[in-house]
Write a protein that binds this ligand. Structure first.
Ligand SMILES: [Mn+2]
Length: 375
């Protein structure tokens, strides 16, 4: 790994790479389809447009395992001069025939290649809570070229999703300077930001992939680009893609209401431990379990929320567990690791206040028994 010492080194390295892009060069961006990935892709696209007068091609994907043969052959057909990967743990050797970088912030230890370097702030930052989201790093890169552009609001959406509001307060302060009527929170923390307009903005951006997968994620990125200097235009759906995204958002809003109603009827409320276990109903919407658990966490901030769903295309069950860091002093990663000692076949991970678990249907009861005992 490269010998980065801090975030400034990292941004400097990114800047060096971006400066190699010349007018007329073909650029492809592979990015995670969540809000951190989409906002990063929007910011990098805008930066490249300002530098080269040309937009890159975008390839949103669900995760590292979705770098398919099909996608690789599409990339080969485009034959880009640069490939930049954002917010996904892809091994550079898989993209070894291209030039560029992989910017990641997940727990990984991955080798760089000469022409495709792997950049991860975890190489200098060991404390999980202090690892910056991709959107924050691309924001700093953008600002190093164009310090006066009022684009902090876009990065702030990704930071909200990544639960890193506390370490990126400067970005939110910038937003309140740029757009005081949009955001003027004095006490900047995760919970307050989620209650502010950024809760809605986050939902709007993630509604893209929830309703229309890859195509929806692209719509979210395009909408951000169309409205880069006018967040109200974005929120109100006053451009082509933000209009479509707004419709998606209204759709998942309805879904949220259904969940909040249904949990009262079908959720299990463990009063003594303040844990809610809720089995999500089948839905056409993607990533519904993690969305539902976020919504329930916001509604029941003093409770630990467990949403059980079906894993896509299999008989496995998926559990999304969430808690509000400021209200519950439980480390979900530690709890999960303890359970894994007793049930080594279960998979999953995440961070202190949000984990995902994957297991067999017949393991659910034992899982929750141990879980409730460990809280
Ligand atoms: Mn991310």
């Amino acid at each position: 790994m490269n010998d980065l010492k801090n975030i400034d080194d990292l941004v400097f390295l990114l800047k060096n790479k971006i400066q190699n892009v010349k007018s007329g060069d073909k650029v492809c961006i592979i990015h995670h389809d969540d809000a951190d990935g989409c906002t990063s892709a929007a910011l990098l696209s805008m930066l490249l447009f300002k530098l080269t007068n040309q937009f890159p091609d975008l390839f949103p994907i669900r995760g590292p395992n979705n770098l398919s043969r099909n996608l690789l052959s599409k990339l080969k057909t485009v034959n880009p001069d640069f490939v930049f990967t954002l917010d996904i743990s892809i091994e550079p050797k898989k993209l070894g025939i291209f030039n560029g970088f992989v910017l990641d912030h997940h727990v990984q230890n991955i080798e760089s290649k000469e022409n495709m370097i792997y950049i991860n702030p975890r190489s200098f930052e060991n404390i999980d809570d202090k690892v910056p989201p991709t959107s924050c790093m691309i924001y700093k890169l953008y600002k190093s070229f164009f310090p006066n552009d009022k684009i902090a609001w876009i990065a702030a959406i990704g930071i909200t999703e990544d639960h890193r509001v506390e370490i990126c307060k400067d970005v939110f302060l910038e937003v309140s300077k740029d757009y005081p009527t949009l955001f003027n929170e004095k006490n900047i923390n995760q919970e307050n930001v989620e209650k502010s307009i950024f809760g809605e903005l986050w939902d709007m951006v993630r509604s893209g992939r929830m309703i229309k997968r890859n195509e929806g994620a692209k719509i979210a990125v395009q909408a951000l680009i169309e409205c880069f200097d006018d967040p109200q235009k974005f929120i109100n759906g006053l451009s082509t893609n933000s209009y479509t995204l707004r419709k998606f958002y209204e759709n998942i809003e309805k879904e949220t209401d259904k969940i909040l109603q249904d949990v009262l009827k079908n959720g299990k409320f463990y009063e003594a431990k303040k844990v809610i276990v809720y089995e999500a109903k089948f839905s056409k919407i993607n990533s519904l379990t993690s969305f539902a658990s976020d919504k329930l966490r916001q509604r029941y901030p003093d409770w630990i929320i467990c949403v059980v769903g079906r894993e896509y295309g299999s008989q496995n069950k998926k559990i999304s567990i969430r808690l509000e860091q400021t209200r519950r002093n439980v480390n979900l990663v530690e709890v999960l690791n303890k359970i894994k000692e007793k049930m080594p076949s279960i998979k999953g991970g995440g961070h202190k206040s949000a984990v995902g678990v994957s297991l067999q249907k017949n393991q659910l009861n034992s899982f929750f028994k141990i879980f409730l005992d460990s809280i």
